[in-house]
Ligand binder design. Structure first.
Ligand code: ADP
Ligand code: GLC
Length: 704
């Protein structure tokens, strides 16, 4: 797909202040091909901030080191709560200033006019109180209205912070001065704006339009969608969220959607992508009660019809990993959520739908109906997809108020407030989004129960009218055993029985396992966390290793699991292999070389590894929960139907039993085993059906 005239990128490249680049990708990425669009070297974040890093915010006790992925879990160190409060109050006054960004781009609004009227509906959903859990008052609706006034207040602030604001067109130019101020440290910023200023305006709409021709054939109504999330393959991925953020937009483009994916420009994004990004513009944005204006650069990369806009700000995104700890992540994602919406206004690209993902983008729907309510993007409808309810972005109210700058009204029980003194970013997003989806039908039901609700079951039941479950798929280009560059030998449905074995032998060799076609090889590819049922696995390994079975574990995560698997490797060399690493290519080889793949999760919103496995002719052994239940039909000994082996209760004995049933079939009835291999490869686990469901949801929200 095309793309704007390759801006004379190289020019602004001048940005020599190339901040410490992002060498190592947080977690390696995939071998996916990169169509690439001509782009230019990045424009090193013109870190404006004259001040020191991270303005004093309500001190956040670093205590809560969150493990990778989504840092925020519920429990937080008590200490965290206390300190912040005072600070907040001090800065309180600043609060009113916030919203500027919104107004800035106002002019753009006119274009989007049609969408406008809809904004109102948002209010519909929440009725008064409702929440069982909290007899208090739970009505997001009122919040919205109340928030309104707040929005207006900002006006004055706008002027201060922003010159950027008031005049859309000039925005760029206005930003200029700011840049210069901030830039002193690195003289180049100035030139950057000059060059880009003009181009920004040109690029803005063109990007999208150029893509259109490709899909003129489609009879489907066209809709524009802005995906906002914290990771996306192949730029940065720690788990399935990265896969979905990559695959779903690509499929939506085929369904006549204009899709822009907005991501943080982490320093850990591989240099090869950083180099292909093109500078689209920059502006300054105030943030919460910090009293500062933050640089927001927009770097763009277009691939296969999907436009990726990276929000650039080195102060927030220069760490090596997307997630570090809540102390840093809360400010980071408050900034990101607000900057993403401000960037849409700035680009004058107002989507029909803003589709945000997980707690890191949880504030987006809240911003949309408060500080951005009267700005162009405020007319968009919003969808929040929950990929994993365990991570919610919870911190004390003062801290989140300080960084988000959201009006007091949203910090009530019906929205962000959680417990006595906490604010929960995901909870707020659920309250304010027009629709909430999660990644499988079963999980959508489960999270409304105490067992899986992570304390939000009441809130989710209250909002169940707008909750949907849409199961994930996998990208058939990225996951294709017939073309996968990582494999020892390619195969497809027609010749899997002849060629899969070569991959097993190659895998055994690669991992130092005994090379033996007759051995039953079980793979496990996973983040090593409590979610994934690893305590069950570790307790039965000795019984699984019966002399005819080999086990391969690929993953990183909690030390206790890493050490346990390392121990098993040393105790069973040649039959047990612990690859404590993140290695995308090796994952592909395990999917192809193993006979079965284990996914005994305690809970699993959807799960992609079982889908990858089936598509590679590797039979899944899963617990019947969430998306695992929805995607793996248990093998029926009598009818021969099914896709894999399952067990229901979270019980090591039942897992062992499921593994033994798989072994029995493999060793005693290979003919039937092979039938399932072929059936699994033929099964449709692509994004096609699910992407249509998302498209239907978009149309439901934008029925014109
Ligand atoms: P989650 O998102 O909960 O981690 P999913 O099953 O949805 O689980 O997605 C996991 C994704 O991450 C899959 O694409 C899987 O192949 C990949 N993955 C997980 N761990 C590793 C690893 N150690 N090395 C390579 N890929 C991994
Ligand atoms: C989360 C879930 C996983 C799901 C993925 C993508 O990480 O744990 O089950 O497949 O998101 O939606």
């Amino acid at each position: 797909m095309v793309h704007k005239k390759a801006r004379s990128s190289k020019k602004k490249t001048t940005a020599k202040k190339v901040v410490k680049k992002a060498p190592t990708p947080a977690r390696t990425v995939a071998p996916v091909a990169e169509p690439v669009t001509a782009v230019q070297p990045t424009e090193p974040a013109v870190v404006e901030t004259p001040t020191a890093a991270k303005p004093a915010a309500p001190a956040a006790p670093k205590t809560r080191t969150s493990t990778r992925k989504t840092t925020s879990t519920r429990k937080k160190p008590a200490s965290a709560a206390k300190k912040p409060a005072p600070v907040v109050e001090e800065t309180a006054p600043v609060v009113e200033e916030v919203a500027p960004v919104v107004e800035e781009t106002t002019p753009v609004v006119e274009e989007v006019a049609p969408v406008a009227e809809e904004a109102a509906p948002v209010v519909e959903e929440p009725a008064p109180v409702v929440e069982e859990a909290a007899p208090v008052a739970e009505e997001p609706a009122p919040v919205v209205e109340e928030a309104a006034p707040v929005v207006e207040e900002p006006a004055p602030v706008v002027e201060e912070a922003a010159p950027v604001a008031e005049e859309p067109a000039p925005v760029v130019e206005e930003a200029a001065p700011v840049v210069e101020e901030a830039a002193p440290a690195e003289e180049e910023p100035a030139p950057v704006k000059e060059e880009t200023a003009p181009s920004v305006e040109e690029d803005v709409s063109p990007v999208v339009e150029e893509v259109k021709p490709m899909y003129e054939m489609s009879n489907l109504p066209r809709r524009s969608i802005a995906f906002i999330g914290s990771e996306c393959h192949p730029f940065v991925k720690t788990g399935g969220l990265g896969d979905v953020m990559y695959a779903l937009p690509r499929q939506l483009v085929k369904l006549n959607c204009d899709v822009r994916v907005i991501l943080p420009r982490y320093a850990c994004i591989p240099q090869k992508f950083q180099e292909k990004m093109e500078y689209r513009g920059a502006f300054y944005m105030d943030l919460g009660n910090t009293g500062r204006n933050y640089y927001v650069g927009i770097m763009e990369y277009v691939c296969d019809g999907v436009v990726y806009d990276f929000i650039d700000n080195q102060e927030f995104f220069s760490t090596g990993n997307p997630y570090t700890n809540l102390v840093d992540d809360i400010p980071k994602y408050c900034f990101f959520s607000k900057a993403a919406l401000a960037a849409l206004n700035y680009l004058n690209w107002i989507p029909d739908i803003v589709h945000c993902h997980d707690w890191q983008a949880g504030l987006v729907p809240v911003y949309l109906r408060t500080l951005f309510k009267d700005s162009p993007v405020g007319h968009a409808r919003s969808i929040l997809t929950i990929h994993n309810l365990r991570f919610q972005g919870i911190y004390n109210i003062p801290t989140i108020k300080y960084w988000s700058g959201l009006p007091n009204e949203v910090f009530q029980m019906g929205a962000l407030k959680d417990g006595y003194q906490d604010a929960n970013m995901l909870k707020g997003g659920i309250a304010y989004a027009d629709r909430v989806t999660t990644v499988s039908g079963t999980y959508a039901g489960e999270i409304q129960t105490a067992e899986y609700g992570e304390h939000l079951e009441g809130h989710l039941r209250y909002h169940s009218g707008k909750l949907r479950g849409i199961v994930n798929g996998i990208d058939y280009d990225m996951w294709n055993p017939a073309t996968d560059p990582a494999l020892a030998e390619h195969y497809d449905l027609g010749n899997v029985l002849d060629h899969k074995m070569a991959n097993k032998l190659a895998l055994q060799k690669e991992l130092g396992l005994e090379q033996d076609e007759g051995k039953f090889v079980i793979g496990l590819i996973s983040r090593l966390t409590n979610q994934k049922g690893l305590d069950l696995v570790s307790s039965i390994i000795p019984m699984v290793l019966d002399g005819n079975t080999q086990v391969v574990v690929l993953g990183t995560g909690d030390r206790e699991y890493e050490d346990t698997f390392r121990y098993y490797e040393s105790a069973h060399r040649g039959t047990f292999c612990a690859c404590i690493q993140y290695d995308e290519a090796r994952a592909h080889r395990i999917y192809a070389g193993a006979d079965a793949l284990l996914v005994p999760s305690r809970f699993e919103p959807c799960g992609l590894t079982q889908l990858n496995a089936m598509h590679y002719g590797t039979l899944p052994i899963v617990r019947e929960t969430g998306g695992l239940k929805d995607t793996v039909e248990p093998y029926n000994t009598f009818t021969g139907d099914g896709n894999g082996f399952t067990f229901d209760r979270y019980d090591a004995g039942l897992l062992l039993d499921a593994i033994n049933r798989a072994k029995s079939l493999y060793f005693d009835n290979r003919y039937h085993w092979d039938e399932i291999v072929q059936r699994d490869m033929a099964k449709d686990v692509s994004w096609e059906k699910s992407a249509r469901q998302y498209k239907d949801l978009y149309l439901e929200l934008t029925p014109w």
